[in-house]
Design a protein around this ligand. Structure first.
Ligand SMILES: Cc1cc2nc3c(=O)[nH]c(=O)nc-3n(C[C@H](O)[C@H](O)[C@H](O)COP(=O)(O)OP(=O)(O)OC[C@H]3O[C@@H](n4cnc5c(N)ncnc54)[C@H](O)[C@@H]3O)c2cc1C
Ligand code: FES
Ligand code: FES
Length: 482
């Protein structure tokens, strides 16, 4: 195993040896690394928790011999996670001619910046859009900018700038330099990394077998994949993660396989990469991912990480339960499958043994008679934590009678749970408004929610009932109406 990491910054390979460096440690974030350099202070820290986008940078990697550019929140990325990638900051955007980059010029032309604190992050999100989309739609622009807060300019001129800039086929000096960067990045070997400092052990295995070996040897080590949840322990709680196994370099886990009956999503596949692959067959999962964090979050976050948090408000968990998804757990001892519903055992507790890793999630494809819906209630539509999330499945027979039903809720209990009393009441009944209104009463026996900053217990009960009614409204016309 090697003990250094390498990446490209300012068109050259940078190598960091944490064992010799007195300032940097393996859980130093890319944001803090950049802020400590004399030449990259454009990147800003706003929230240090992925909510404001002021720290946005672009990470580029090689896919099929071409560079792929993605915006990320540098406050949530540990330095070893960028091994083998190109790190691009706002300082790198200026064109070789000395002119501003098209996205920068467009921001000037549309008066897209006032105080300017948010501007470098917005420019980087816009740059990723510029390199990915030609003539993006308004929805694509909005989605690209969801992760960036601007509190003074207002979004009209910023959106206008994005639309004005992204018309040039993504051409710029990065295009001219692309083949050189591809070669530079290819020269960085993707070997397993082991960093030992006085206070930390950080492992970034390059293969699944090494990852399983490490987890067996260090069962108490913190596992990270996208780190969009785990990094907050460092940035907000100021914890020292003493032993980390970082799965971001295990390319074997970055896959999505499809058969006639199901898909298998590898633990390393980002939500962003997953989305186009599930859009047609798994609409309810897709629509919850559309309101999952922001682009910057989805570019790194994974299903396995969402399951790993076992959070009572993990957005994908209710819908995975509705789909009867199964978690694949692997250790040196072997492999086992466990339904998501049984995988979550309590408040942030799972059925995973200490030496096991989540390696995949299997999701059966819906059959023609199954209807799935997902709903998220939060204080704002985008980039917000759920107050309540839900994943529902319904099968009606030819006479509009409920044959089977799954009603999984998040935010209503200490863990994601099914409304079993409601389900039991509904089985064998007509799928009608009268039945639903009766069924809604059983929410009170299924759940005893708490009050917190996101919503009171009473509000949660009412909202959970109304989601049932909405589910009925959204599905009633699919068989016999009312
Ligand atoms: C700004 C922001 C917005 C967010 N928005 C949402 C949202 O809308 N909805 C939502 O549900 N969540 C949201 N999250 C939380 C987080 O992004 C998700 O939970 C995400 O799915 C975590 O995936 P990850 O790969 O980044 O996990 P990580 O942070 O790497 O890990 C999370 C947990 O899972 C464990 N874990 C990860 N991978 C494995 C594995 N392969 N095997 C075993 N254990 C593993 C880790 O040990 C850790 O306990 C948000 C977070 C931020 C910072
Ligand atoms: S500092 Fe706010 S998202 Fe990183
Ligand atoms: S320009 Fe000031 S917050 Fe955006």
């Amino acid at each position: 195993m090697q003990s250094t990491i390498s990446f490209v910054l300012d068109d050259s390979i940078v190598t960091i040896d944490f064992e010799k460096d007195s300032i940097l440690h393996p859980t130093t974030t890319v944001l803090n690394y950049l802020r400590n350099l004399p030449t990259h202070k454009g990147v800003k820290e706003g929230c240090a928790e992925g909510d404001c986008g002021a720290c946005s940078v672009v990470l580029a990697d090689v896919v099929d011999d071409r560079m792929r550019y993605r915006a990320v929140d540098s406050c949530l990325v540990f330095l070893p996670m960028i091994h083998g990638k190109q790190l691009i900051t706002v300082e790198n955007l200026k064109m070789n001619s000395g002119e501003l980059h098209p996205v920068q010029q467009a921001m000037v032309d549309t008066d897209g910046s006032q105080c300017g604190f948010c501007t470098p992050g917005i420019i980087m999100a816009m740059f990723a859009l510029y390199k990915t989309w030609i003539n993006p739609t308004r929805a694509e622009i909005d989605d690209a900018l969801t992760g960036n807060l601007c509190r003074c300019t207002g979004y009209r001129p910023i959106i206008e700038a994005a639309a004005k800039a992204c018309v040039k086929n993504g051409m710029d000096h990065f295009t001219d330099n692309e083949s050189r960067i591809v070669e530079l990045l290819k020269s960085i070997p993707n070997e397993s990394i082991q960093i030992k400092t006085a206070r930390q052990r950080y492992y970034r295995p390059a293969s699944l077998s090494t990852a399983l070996e490490l987890k067996s040897k260090f069962p108490d080590a913190d596992v990270i994949t996208g780190a969009t949840d785990a990094a907050l322990r460092v940035t907000k709680k100021h914890e020292l993660l003493k032993e980390v196994i970082d799965l971001s370099g295990v390319t074997e886990l970055n896959f999505l396989n499809e058969t006639e009956d199901y898909i298998t999503v590898g633990a390393g596949m980002s939500l962003k990469d997953m989305m186009p692959r599930i859009k047609d067959n798994f609409g309810a999962l897709y629509s919850i991912l559309e309101v999952f964090g922001s682009q910057q979050i989805r570019n790194f976050a994974t299903l396995s990480g969402n399951l790993g948090t076992a959070s009572p408000i993990g957005d994908t968990l209710p819908v995975l339960i509705a789909y009867s998804a199964v978690v694949v757990l692997e250790s040196k001892r072997g492999k086992r499958d466990i339904p998501v519903e049984r995988f979550i055992t309590g408040y942030r507790e799972t059925a995973k043994d200490d030496d096991e890793l989540i390696t995949a999630v299997i999701i059966p494809k819906p059959s023609a008679d199954e209807i799935f819906k997902s709903y998220k209630i939060s204080k704002r539509k985008d980039l917000d934590i759920s107050t309540i999330s839900s994943g529902f499945k319904l099968v009606l027979d030819d006479t509009n009678i409920v044959g089977s039903i799954v009603l999984a809720y998040g935010g209503m209990a200490e863990r994601i749970r099914r409304a079993s009393a409601v389900e039991e009441y509904l089985i064998g009944k007509e799928w009608s408004r009268n039945t639903i209104e009766e069924a809604m009463k059983f929410i009170d026996s299924d759940f005893n929610p708490i009050s917190d900053v996101r919503g009171g217990a009473k509000m949660r009960r009412i909202a959970a009932k109304n989601l049932l009614l909405k589910f009925w409204f959204d599905t009633a016309d699919q068989k016999i109406a009312v």
